[in-house]
Ligand binder design. Structure first.
Ligand code: P6P
Length: 338
């Protein structure tokens, strides 16, 4: 399919025609999410002119102070998605419990999860941020939708994606037949297909991790990063570059575009927490995108998409990106327990 000026709607209709994996309700859901991202992008680009910078006086369930834009983005997604009849409920990083579709609207068969504004610490310093979303089907024959209906492994996702608000506003999504990227044409106000069948190179010379946490890492992560730092004089016999944007969406976008390995592993600062990132609406959607693009994603021991969630906001250790590098880090974890 040539990518000359193919709109998101046309792409989704053609995906349904070719693969039959995109029923109208799911297509509507994705189009509404895309429209929400356009609206969020508009707020983001206003910056100080739009009174959207700075923090509120409230905290989310993670105990993190909520930025104004966190709340704005959350409200945009809730208001845009609750009346369409395609959802049974929504879950968000910014809300303690699920948001069930109000009785005044018809209920649909999908569950939408999102981190409305990922990378909040970058908002006030004009660095790329983004929205991450994941779509599950509501289990059959459940009388009233509840939190337990969301607790499905990432392998059950029917759609996943993100929108990165950077120099371009780019929507990246998968419905299970590969990964496509759409760039926002602000003159037309529509997302245009700019890349499809994205492939993550199996090898890389670029790793992404917050190096300031080095003294807290487990041995396998330290071993892997030390070998990268040793460069061509070390066992890897090649030099590595490092990137860390502190915005998962931007780091993952770089990896989808040119390869690399992203790590936010368990560390001993809070040993009872498996990691910092959230499984349901950060790690699962990003892991599916990476796998759909030929990469890999584990928590150091297991494939992330196989993990059975126990809670809506549970955290997970994340190692994802170029397949051969993720395999190496995962192997180092296995060797450490022998
Ligand atoms: P740190 C943003 O807050 C986030 O959840 C991810 O987007 C990002 O990768 C990570 O946290 C950054 O964490 O500890 O480096 O600030």
């Amino acid at each position: 399919m040539s990518t000359s000026r193919i709109s998101l709607t046309r792409y989704l209709i053609e995906q349904e025609r070719i693969h039959g994996t995109l029923p109208p309700q799911l297509r509507l859901l994705l189009e509404v999410v895309a429209r929400s991202c356009k609206s969020i992008s508009l707020s983001v680009t206003k910056g100080a002119l739009g009174d959207i910078l700075g923090a509120t006086k409230t905290e989310n369930i993670q105990g993190e102070v909520q930025k104004k834009l966190d709340i704005i983005a959350n409200e945009v997604l809730i208001e845009a998605n609750e009346w369409g009849g395609h959802l049974a409920a929504m879950a968000s990083e910014e809300m303690d419990s699920i948001h069930v579709i109000p009785n005044r609207y018809p209920q649909g068969e999908y569950l939408l999860l999102f981190d409305p504004l990922d990378g909040s610490s970058n908002i006030d310093v004009n660095v790329s941020i983004g929205t991450i979303f994941s779509v599950l089907k509501k289990p059959e024959n459940t009388p009233a939708v509840g939190e337990a209906d969301f607790l499905q492994p990432g392998s059950k996702q029917v759609a996943a994606g993100y929108c990165v608000y950077g120099p371009q506003t780019t929507l990246v999504l998968t419905v299970g037949n590969g990964v496509a990227m759409f760039t926002l044409d602000r003159e037309q106000g529509s997302f245009v297909l700019t890349q499809e069948n994205i492939q993550v190179p199996e090898d890389t010379q670029e790793f992404a991790i917050n190096m300031s946490n080095m003294r807290h890492w487990a041995a396998p992560v330290k071993r892997y990063v030390d070998e990268c730092l040793a460069g061509e004089e070390g066992v890897r016999e090649k030099n590595f570059n490092m990137r860390w944007i502190a915005s998962m969406v931007a780091d993952v976008h770089r990896i989808l575009t040119r390869g690399g390995v992203f790590m936010y592993p368990w560390d001993k600062r809070e040993p009872n927490k498996p990691g910092k990132l959230r499984l349901m609406y950060e790690a699962n959607p990003m892991s599916w995108l990476i796998e759909q693009a030929g990469g890999a994603a584990t928590n150091g021991q297991q494939r992330i998409l196989d993990l059975q969630p126990a809670g809506l906001h549970e955290r997970v250790s994340v190692i994802l990106g170029s397949k051969n590098e993720v395999a190496r880090v995962t192997r180092y974890h296995a060797e450490a327990v022998k």
